[in-house]
Design a protein around this ligand. Structure first.
Ligand code: SF4
Ligand code: MG
Length: 336
Protein backbone atom coordinates (compact mmCIF):
# COMPACT_ATOMS: atom_id res chain seq x y z
CA UNK A 1 0.00 0.00 0.00
CA UNK A 2 1.09 3.58 -0.64
CA UNK A 3 2.57 5.55 2.27
CA UNK A 4 0.47 8.29 3.87
CA UNK A 5 2.75 10.98 2.44
CA UNK A 6 5.02 10.25 -0.47
CA UNK A 7 7.44 12.78 -1.96
CA UNK A 8 9.22 11.60 -5.08
CA UNK A 9 11.98 13.27 -7.05
CA UNK A 10 10.92 16.70 -5.85
CA UNK A 11 12.58 19.69 -7.51
CA UNK A 12 11.89 23.23 -6.36
CA UNK A 13 13.46 26.05 -8.36
CA UNK A 14 13.24 29.81 -7.90
CA UNK A 15 13.71 32.24 -10.74
CA UNK A 16 15.86 35.13 -9.49
CA UNK A 17 17.57 38.07 -11.18
CA UNK A 18 20.85 36.20 -11.00
CA UNK A 19 19.55 32.92 -12.38
CA UNK A 20 17.79 29.79 -11.25
CA UNK A 21 18.16 28.70 -7.63
CA UNK A 22 17.85 24.94 -7.22
CA UNK A 23 16.52 24.95 -3.67
CA UNK A 24 15.44 21.29 -3.74
CA UNK A 25 17.12 19.02 -6.23
CA UNK A 26 15.61 15.55 -6.52
CA UNK A 27 14.35 14.73 -3.02
CA UNK A 28 12.35 11.61 -2.13
CA UNK A 29 10.94 10.49 1.21
CA UNK A 30 7.89 8.78 2.67
CA UNK A 31 6.00 9.19 5.90
CA UNK A 32 3.41 6.98 7.60
CA UNK A 33 0.59 7.98 9.96
CA UNK A 34 1.69 8.30 13.56
CA UNK A 35 5.32 8.60 12.50
CA UNK A 36 7.74 11.50 12.96
CA UNK A 37 10.21 12.19 10.19
CA UNK A 38 13.07 14.49 11.10
CA UNK A 39 14.50 16.57 8.29
CA UNK A 40 17.84 17.91 9.44
CA UNK A 41 20.38 20.22 7.86
CA UNK A 42 21.97 23.64 8.00
CA UNK A 43 19.99 26.66 6.88
CA UNK A 44 19.80 26.81 3.11
CA UNK A 45 19.76 23.01 2.84
CA UNK A 46 16.24 23.08 1.39
CA UNK A 47 14.44 21.64 4.38
CA UNK A 48 12.02 24.53 4.87
CA UNK A 49 11.47 24.99 1.14
CA UNK A 50 10.53 21.32 0.82
CA UNK A 51 7.81 21.70 3.37
CA UNK A 52 6.48 24.96 2.01
CA UNK A 53 6.08 23.04 -1.26
CA UNK A 54 4.16 20.27 0.51
CA UNK A 55 1.88 22.89 2.06
CA UNK A 56 1.53 24.76 -1.22
CA UNK A 57 2.84 27.95 0.41
CA UNK A 58 5.52 28.73 -2.16
CA UNK A 59 5.12 31.74 -4.42
CA UNK A 60 3.72 30.34 -7.69
CA UNK A 61 4.97 33.36 -9.66
CA UNK A 62 8.67 32.61 -9.32
CA UNK A 63 8.70 28.99 -8.19
CA UNK A 64 8.71 25.86 -10.33
CA UNK A 65 7.92 22.56 -8.67
CA UNK A 66 8.28 19.21 -10.36
CA UNK A 67 8.03 15.70 -9.00
CA UNK A 68 5.35 14.08 -6.94
CA UNK A 69 3.81 14.95 -3.60
CA UNK A 70 1.00 12.54 -2.75
CA UNK A 71 -0.85 12.96 0.55
CA UNK A 72 -3.27 10.17 1.40
CA UNK A 73 -3.86 9.41 -2.27
CA UNK A 74 -4.16 13.04 -3.34
CA UNK A 75 -1.59 14.58 -5.69
CA UNK A 76 -0.56 18.01 -4.38
CA UNK A 77 1.95 19.30 -6.91
CA UNK A 78 -0.75 20.01 -9.47
CA UNK A 79 -3.49 20.91 -6.98
CA UNK A 80 -5.27 24.26 -7.20
CA UNK A 81 -4.71 26.96 -4.58
CA UNK A 82 -8.33 26.38 -3.56
CA UNK A 83 -7.72 22.72 -2.85
CA UNK A 84 -4.51 23.46 -0.97
CA UNK A 85 -6.24 26.10 1.11
CA UNK A 86 -8.93 23.63 2.07
CA UNK A 87 -6.28 21.11 3.12
CA UNK A 88 -4.19 23.60 5.08
CA UNK A 89 -5.19 24.03 8.70
CA UNK A 90 -7.50 21.06 8.27
CA UNK A 91 -5.84 17.92 6.92
CA UNK A 92 -2.35 19.40 7.15
CA UNK A 93 -1.10 22.04 9.47
CA UNK A 94 2.10 23.76 10.56
CA UNK A 95 4.02 25.25 13.44
CA UNK A 96 6.81 27.73 12.86
CA UNK A 97 9.74 28.85 14.98
CA UNK A 98 8.52 32.31 15.73
CA UNK A 99 5.17 32.35 17.50
CA UNK A 100 5.31 36.14 17.89
CA UNK A 101 4.98 36.67 14.16
CA UNK A 102 2.76 33.66 13.54
CA UNK A 103 0.18 34.80 16.07
CA UNK A 104 -1.41 38.18 15.41
CA UNK A 105 -0.87 40.70 18.21
CA UNK A 106 -4.30 42.22 17.54
CA UNK A 107 -6.55 39.28 18.38
CA UNK A 108 -6.92 37.16 21.47
CA UNK A 109 -5.28 33.76 21.48
CA UNK A 110 -8.70 32.15 21.79
CA UNK A 111 -10.09 33.90 18.75
CA UNK A 112 -7.08 32.86 16.66
CA UNK A 113 -7.60 29.23 17.63
CA UNK A 114 -11.38 29.41 17.16
CA UNK A 115 -11.31 30.99 13.71
CA UNK A 116 -9.87 28.11 11.63
CA UNK A 117 -12.11 25.73 13.55
CA UNK A 118 -15.20 27.67 12.50
CA UNK A 119 -13.91 27.96 8.94
CA UNK A 120 -13.15 24.27 8.46
CA UNK A 121 -15.88 22.64 10.55
CA UNK A 122 -18.73 25.14 10.32
CA UNK A 123 -18.93 25.29 14.12
CA UNK A 124 -20.69 28.20 15.80
CA UNK A 125 -18.82 30.94 17.66
CA UNK A 126 -19.77 29.43 20.98
CA UNK A 127 -18.71 25.92 19.98
CA UNK A 128 -15.44 27.24 18.61
CA UNK A 129 -14.71 29.11 21.83
CA UNK A 130 -15.17 26.02 23.95
CA UNK A 131 -13.04 24.11 21.47
CA UNK A 132 -10.32 26.76 21.90
CA UNK A 133 -10.51 26.37 25.69
CA UNK A 134 -10.33 22.60 25.33
CA UNK A 135 -7.26 22.91 23.06
CA UNK A 136 -5.50 25.31 25.46
CA UNK A 137 -6.12 22.82 28.26
CA UNK A 138 -4.72 19.99 26.12
CA UNK A 139 -1.48 21.84 25.46
CA UNK A 140 -1.06 22.55 29.16
CA UNK A 141 -2.07 26.20 29.48
CA UNK A 142 -3.21 26.78 33.09
CA UNK A 143 -6.67 28.32 33.63
CA UNK A 144 -7.63 28.05 29.98
CA UNK A 145 -11.10 29.54 30.61
CA UNK A 146 -9.44 32.86 31.48
CA UNK A 147 -6.31 32.68 29.35
CA UNK A 148 -8.42 32.15 26.23
CA UNK A 149 -9.13 35.91 26.27
CA UNK A 150 -5.46 36.91 26.60
CA UNK A 151 -3.49 38.49 23.79
CA UNK A 152 -0.28 36.76 22.64
CA UNK A 153 1.99 39.28 24.41
CA UNK A 154 0.42 38.24 27.72
CA UNK A 155 1.81 34.72 27.22
CA UNK A 156 5.40 33.66 27.89
CA UNK A 157 7.46 32.34 24.95
CA UNK A 158 6.82 28.74 25.96
CA UNK A 159 3.08 29.37 26.40
CA UNK A 160 2.90 31.05 23.00
CA UNK A 161 4.50 28.00 21.44
CA UNK A 162 1.92 25.84 23.20
CA UNK A 163 -0.82 28.12 21.87
CA UNK A 164 0.63 27.71 18.37
CA UNK A 165 0.43 23.95 18.78
CA UNK A 166 -3.18 24.31 19.93
CA UNK A 167 -3.87 26.39 16.84
CA UNK A 168 -2.13 23.89 14.56
CA UNK A 169 -4.04 20.95 16.02
CA UNK A 170 -7.48 22.50 16.46
CA UNK A 171 -8.88 20.81 13.32
CA UNK A 172 -7.25 17.41 14.03
CA UNK A 173 -4.78 17.51 11.12
CA UNK A 174 -3.41 14.23 9.84
CA UNK A 175 -0.09 15.82 8.90
CA UNK A 176 1.71 18.37 11.06
CA UNK A 177 4.79 20.18 9.80
CA UNK A 178 6.89 21.71 12.56
CA UNK A 179 9.68 23.99 11.34
CA UNK A 180 12.26 24.60 14.10
CA UNK A 181 9.39 24.54 16.63
CA UNK A 182 11.61 24.91 19.70
CA UNK A 183 14.64 26.81 18.43
CA UNK A 184 13.68 30.06 20.15
CA UNK A 185 13.07 28.41 23.54
CA UNK A 186 15.40 27.54 26.41
CA UNK A 187 16.43 23.94 26.94
CA UNK A 188 13.88 23.03 29.60
CA UNK A 189 10.92 24.51 27.77
CA UNK A 190 12.18 22.98 24.53
CA UNK A 191 12.07 19.49 26.05
CA UNK A 192 8.57 20.14 27.44
CA UNK A 193 7.27 21.25 24.05
CA UNK A 194 8.78 18.22 22.28
CA UNK A 195 7.25 15.93 24.92
CA UNK A 196 3.90 17.62 24.42
CA UNK A 197 4.09 17.07 20.66
CA UNK A 198 4.91 13.41 21.23
CA UNK A 199 2.01 12.96 23.68
CA UNK A 200 -0.46 14.62 21.34
CA UNK A 201 0.82 12.48 18.49
CA UNK A 202 0.18 9.35 20.53
CA UNK A 203 -3.40 10.46 21.18
CA UNK A 204 -4.19 11.50 17.62
CA UNK A 205 -1.93 9.46 15.31
CA UNK A 206 -0.85 12.62 13.48
CA UNK A 207 2.10 12.23 11.14
CA UNK A 208 4.78 14.83 11.90
CA UNK A 209 7.56 16.30 9.80
CA UNK A 210 10.02 17.94 12.13
CA UNK A 211 12.45 20.35 10.50
CA UNK A 212 15.53 21.27 12.49
CA UNK A 213 19.23 22.08 12.36
CA UNK A 214 19.61 20.41 15.74
CA UNK A 215 20.31 16.70 16.07
CA UNK A 216 19.38 16.99 19.76
CA UNK A 217 15.80 17.73 18.75
CA UNK A 218 15.86 14.82 16.32
CA UNK A 219 17.12 12.48 19.05
CA UNK A 220 14.25 13.52 21.28
CA UNK A 221 11.45 13.18 18.79
CA UNK A 222 11.99 11.52 15.41
CA UNK A 223 11.49 7.94 14.24
CA UNK A 224 13.18 8.34 10.86
CA UNK A 225 15.56 10.98 9.60
CA UNK A 226 16.57 12.56 6.31
CA UNK A 227 19.79 14.58 6.35
CA UNK A 228 19.68 17.34 3.73
CA UNK A 229 22.44 19.36 2.13
CA UNK A 230 22.28 21.68 -0.87
CA UNK A 231 18.70 20.66 -1.62
CA UNK A 232 19.47 16.94 -1.65
CA UNK A 233 19.13 14.04 0.74
CA UNK A 234 22.60 13.00 1.88
CA UNK A 235 21.56 10.24 4.23
CA UNK A 236 18.42 8.45 5.29
CA UNK A 237 17.80 6.04 8.16
CA UNK A 238 16.16 5.48 11.52
CA UNK A 239 16.99 7.96 14.25
CA UNK A 240 19.22 5.27 15.76
CA UNK A 241 21.10 4.80 12.48
CA UNK A 242 21.73 8.51 12.14
CA UNK A 243 22.85 9.05 15.73
CA UNK A 244 24.73 5.80 16.39
CA UNK A 245 26.20 4.88 13.02
CA UNK A 246 25.95 7.78 10.59
CA UNK A 247 27.63 7.12 7.25
CA UNK A 248 27.88 10.45 5.51
CA UNK A 249 30.73 12.91 6.18
CA UNK A 250 28.20 15.74 6.38
CA UNK A 251 26.21 13.84 9.03
CA UNK A 252 29.49 13.33 10.94
CA UNK A 253 29.95 17.09 10.87
CA UNK A 254 26.46 17.67 12.25
CA UNK A 255 27.04 15.09 14.95
CA UNK A 256 30.38 16.51 16.08
CA UNK A 257 28.84 19.95 16.28
CA UNK A 258 26.72 18.96 19.29
CA UNK A 259 28.65 18.22 22.49
CA UNK A 260 25.82 16.22 24.02
CA UNK A 261 22.95 14.63 22.15
CA UNK A 262 20.43 15.72 24.78
CA UNK A 263 20.10 19.29 25.96
CA UNK A 264 21.31 21.28 22.99
CA UNK A 265 19.86 24.54 21.92
CA UNK A 266 20.97 26.85 19.19
CA UNK A 267 24.40 25.35 18.93
CA UNK A 268 25.74 26.63 15.63
CA UNK A 269 26.94 24.18 13.05
CA UNK A 270 30.15 26.14 12.49
CA UNK A 271 32.39 23.19 13.42
CA UNK A 272 31.93 22.01 9.85
CA UNK A 273 34.57 24.13 8.11
CA UNK A 274 33.48 26.12 5.09
CA UNK A 275 30.07 27.45 4.16
CA UNK A 276 27.02 25.91 2.49
CA UNK A 277 27.26 26.07 -1.29
CA UNK A 278 25.53 28.53 -3.56
CA UNK A 279 22.37 27.02 -4.96
CA UNK A 280 22.70 29.25 -8.02
CA UNK A 281 25.85 27.41 -9.06
CA UNK A 282 25.93 24.24 -7.00
CA UNK A 283 29.24 22.34 -6.90
CA UNK A 284 29.71 19.58 -9.46
CA UNK A 285 29.74 15.98 -8.31
CA UNK A 286 29.07 15.60 -4.60
CA UNK A 287 27.73 18.97 -3.36
CA UNK A 288 29.65 18.51 -0.10
CA UNK A 289 33.04 17.99 -1.76
CA UNK A 290 34.39 21.53 -1.27
CA UNK A 291 34.02 21.03 2.51
CA UNK A 292 34.68 17.30 2.81
CA UNK A 293 37.75 16.12 4.73
CA UNK A 294 37.48 12.58 3.34
CA UNK A 295 37.33 13.09 -0.41
CA UNK A 296 41.02 12.12 -0.77
CA UNK A 297 40.06 8.61 0.27
CA UNK A 298 37.94 8.24 -2.86
CA UNK A 299 39.94 7.26 -5.97
CA UNK A 300 40.38 9.73 -8.82
CA UNK A 301 38.34 12.91 -8.73
CA UNK A 302 35.03 11.08 -8.47
CA UNK A 303 33.84 13.35 -5.63
CA UNK A 304 34.22 16.46 -7.78
CA UNK A 305 32.82 14.97 -10.96
CA UNK A 306 30.17 12.39 -10.21
CA UNK A 307 27.04 12.92 -8.18
CA UNK A 308 26.68 10.12 -5.62
CA UNK A 309 23.17 8.63 -5.66
CA UNK A 310 21.04 7.79 -2.65
CA UNK A 311 19.84 4.19 -2.75
CA UNK A 312 16.38 3.35 -1.34
CA UNK A 313 15.99 2.50 2.36
CA UNK A 314 18.86 2.98 4.79
CA UNK A 315 21.45 4.72 2.64
CA UNK A 316 23.93 7.56 2.22
CA UNK A 317 24.87 9.44 -0.93
CA UNK A 318 28.67 9.25 -0.74
CA UNK A 319 31.38 7.61 -2.87
CA UNK A 320 33.21 6.10 0.11
CA UNK A 321 32.76 2.34 0.35
CA UNK A 322 30.52 0.95 3.08
CA UNK A 323 33.60 -0.37 4.83
CA UNK A 324 35.34 3.01 4.69
CA UNK A 325 32.22 4.71 6.09
CA UNK A 326 32.12 2.35 9.06
CA UNK A 327 35.87 2.39 9.69
CA UNK A 328 36.23 6.17 9.52
CA UNK A 329 33.25 6.70 11.81
CA UNK A 330 34.33 4.12 14.36
CA UNK A 331 38.01 5.07 14.40
CA UNK A 332 38.04 8.83 13.83
CA UNK A 333 34.66 10.39 14.49
CA UNK A 334 33.04 8.57 17.39
CA UNK A 335 35.92 8.48 19.90
CA UNK A 336 36.26 12.29 20.01
FE1 SF4 B 1 33.01 13.47 0.79
FE2 SF4 B 1 33.24 12.35 -1.61
FE3 SF4 B 1 31.54 11.34 0.16
FE4 SF4 B 1 31.03 13.68 -0.98
S1 SF4 B 1 31.14 11.70 -1.99
S2 SF4 B 1 30.82 13.21 1.16
S3 SF4 B 1 33.08 14.53 -1.14
S4 SF4 B 1 33.78 11.42 0.34
MG1 MG C 1 14.37 27.19 7.72
Amino acid sequence: TAPFLSVRDLHVQFATEDGTVKAVDGLSFALERGETLGIVGESGSGKSVTNLAVLGLHNPRNTTITGEIVLDGQELTGASQRTLERLRGNKMSMIFQDSLTALSPYYTVGRQIAEPYMKHTGASKKEARSRAIEMLARVGIPQPQTRVDDFPHQFSGGMRQRAMIALALVCDPELLIADEPTTALDVTVQAQILDLLKDLQQETGTAIILITHDLGVIAHTADNVVVMYAGRAMERGTVRDILKSPEHPYAWGLLSSIPRITASVDIPLSPIPGTPPSLLNPPSGCPFHPRCAFKDQVPGDLCATERPQLAPGRASACHLTTEQKHDIFNEQIQPR
